[in-house]
Design a protein around this ligand. Sequence first.
Ligand code: 4GT
Length: 221
Amino acid sequence: MKIDVLTLFPAMFAGPLDESIIKRARLKGLLDLTIHDLRNWTHDRHRTVDDRPFGGGPGMLLKPEPLFEAVESLQREKTRVILFSPAGRKFDQSIARELAQQEDLLLITGHYEGFDERVRETLVDEEISIGDYVLTNGALPAMVVVDAVTRLLPGALGDDASSHDESFSDGLLEYPQYTRPAEFRRMKVPEILLSGNHAEIEKWRREQAKLRTIERRPDLL
Ligand code: 4GT
């Protein structure tokens, strides 16, 4: 899968996407990720990307020209163009699954107070929010989406983790898990997990997952 990111802060992306599973997916060629500096599509001496809103009011907006030129130069036949903003569709695992099916994503991250509305109207296929809170810019949301999507690409996870994900996509929270030692500071691992009875362990885990979901996230049920 190819993902292009348009940002004013390319340096923010160094680090988080160069570690662990994402790093491996890139090395394996599963993910072809390129970070682009939006200022590369400006033409003035100051590389201006923002301007004041018509009608007055506080703050600055991303002006349309660099964004249009950038998207037009980067987009290919099947590119899905995604804009990050608090006004977007709320990101979740089903959107991640849907995006993981695409060949080509172009992620636009904002800054300042937002975008010229014409960007939304004609340049963008879909607007996504990662949750109901306000951030200084869209770089972190873009990284969240790249991470969630990349781990779903076939071959990105080890076999253990991917089959686990499968069994957990029943929409429940994770059941409690333990590793050694069986007793730690007088806290004991539930007896059932040490029993070797796999049918009973499965049953216990499903029960625990349900209880936890009812208690913490009834909205998921
Ligand atoms: C929050 C989100 C987002 C921002 C979110 C344009 C000005 C948007 C700054 C940017 N805040 N972007 N995508 N919850 N802030 O997804």
